[in-house]
Design a protein around this ligand. Structure first.
Ligand code: EPU
Length: 410
């Protein structure tokens, strides 16, 4: 009976890939215990005590295995489909897919020789990726979750957030607590870690405005480093982590400071109009207004594959803009620092006649020309081709180079 229980537990442990279980003290203890009791049971007089001990040990094992299973969620898959891991829903595969649930597991992966030899890419929610081909390497994905209060004062709260938290869940949580600063960034797809790397922005706000620090692991030296906001070198949709010339880092946690006495930033065009419908401006009202605008203007990736803005808004010298303005008086713009002007890429693309048009299985969204959509069975290279023809057309007509915000892979 005892041997049978032991067998079942070991089988379970093996099946669940809890390999380290075998090396654990508990197992050694269990085997020693079983041997001892087997000797005793032959004399029968210890039967009652033996059964109690067996029960106690089984409980101990079950707790141990459950603990192992909750703490060690490392997942390794071979020839794994990435369809659910990219919001274009491209049917690409990766040779290996690895998901880790703790910094220790990440450390183990980074130190692994095979990992070091392979091509690897860390992804978040896949909402900013364009896979051109299958990925012949290792795709890494974090499962480090959790939102905790790292510091609290009368005026503010500092949150420590696991990189794998869904960004919009973080916003919903903050709004429900009455903490302001990220409500304008509602409904942006993706995960918290990638949001900090990408410096997501919308409706007059950017995540850099609330980031206090970022915890990350150096992929080469395996050292953990905490970056201050300044060290993150944030710019428009850019950061230290996005610059390929810097050491590669994997973000594990981000720290954001939110206000208990929120100041609303509602000046952005259509947000102002949407909020005018509300009797009172509250955090929830701002979140609801942003969600409503996004739902009206942007396609839901679950229904129509897309990666949000495909291009970044180009920043041009003010002199170039003034010249273009003479020819196109209606050309919109935003100030972008001294002597520089940001022009909405959506406007440039619309002027070139792409808005609402489809090119085989690839479409340019009818309500926002900045967004390319997968109309069904598009492949990465087809999307890239349409993007290239858009870039060329904008350059030919306006002399402005627009750059993809989406990262090409493969
Ligand atoms: N416009 C057009 N035609 C279009 C789209 C835009 O003429 O098809 C012009 C209009 O003049 C409009 C202006 O562009 O007033 C700005 O458009 P919108 O408010 O939609 O903003 P955007 O500059 O196109 C940026 C972000 C979006 C973010 C919105 C709202 C980038 C690359 N995109 O878009 O972010 O939601 O502002 O703040 O900066 C994303 O990054 O994935 C994303 C959706």
């Amino acid at each position: 009976m005892y041997a049978f229980c032991l067998y079942v537990v070991l089988l379970f442990a093996y099946k669940e890939n809890v390999v380290h279980f075998l090396f654990n003290n508990a197992c050694v203890r269990l085997l020693r215990f079983a041997k001892q009791k087997m000797l005793m049971v032959s004399r029968f007089r210890y039967l009652k005590g033996f059964l109690v001990d067996v029960l106690m040990n089984l409980i101990f094992i079950v707790i141990f295995v459950m603990k192992n299973n909750t703490e060690r969620k490392m997942r390794i898959e071979e020839n794994y489909s990435l369809e659910k891991h990219n919001t274009f829903h491209l049917p690409v595969k990766t040779r290996w897919f690895m998901e880790y649930a703790s910094e220790e597991e990440l450390g183990r992966i980074l130190r692994d020789e095979y990992f070091q030899e392979c091509l690897s890419l860390h992804i978040g929610g896949g909402s900013n990726l364009l896979f051109i081909n299958d990925f012949n390497g290792i795709i890494l994905h974090s499962q480090i979750k959790g939102i905790s209060v790292a510091e609290e004062t009368d005026d503010s709260v500092l949150l420590r957030i696991g990189a794998a938290e869904k960004w919009d869940d973080v916003v919903a949580y903050a709004v429900s607590k009455g903490w302001g600063g990220i409500e304008n960034l509602s409904l942006i797809p993706g995960e918290a870690g990638a949001a900090a790397i990408q410096n997501i922005g919308a409706y007059g706000a950017e995540i850099k405005d609330v980031i206090e620090a970022v915890e990350a692991y150096n992929q080469l030296s395996f050292e953990k480093r905490t970056f201050t906001n300044e060290e993150c070198l944030y710019g428009y949709r850019s950061s230290y982590f996005k610059n390929e010339h810097n050491d590669p880092y994997i973000v594990t946690y981000i720290y954001i400071r939110l206000s208990k006495k929120p100041q609303f930033s509602v000046g952005y065009g259509n947000l102002k109009e949407e909020l005018a419908k509300c009797p009172k401006v509250t955090l929830q009202a701002v979140r609801d207004a942003v969600i409503s605008i996004r739902r009206q203007k942007l396609p839901d990736p679950d229904e129509l594959g897309n990666a949000g803005s495909f291009f970044m808004n180009p920043v041009v010298p003010a002199a170039q803009y003034e010249k273009l303005k003479e020819q196109y008086p209606e050309m919109p713009s935003y100030p972008a620092g001294e002597g520089k002007v940001k022009v909405p890429a959506g406007w440039l693309i619309e002027q070139c006649g792409f808005k609402g048009k489809s090119h085989g299985p690839v479409g340019v969204y009818e309500k926002q020309a900045l967004i390319l959509v997968n109309l069904g069975d598009a492949r990465g290279h087809e999307i890239a081709l349409v993007a290239e023809s858009i870039r060329t057309a904008v350059n030919d007509r306006f002399g402005i180079e627009i750059m993809p915000e989406v990262k090409y892979v493969g």
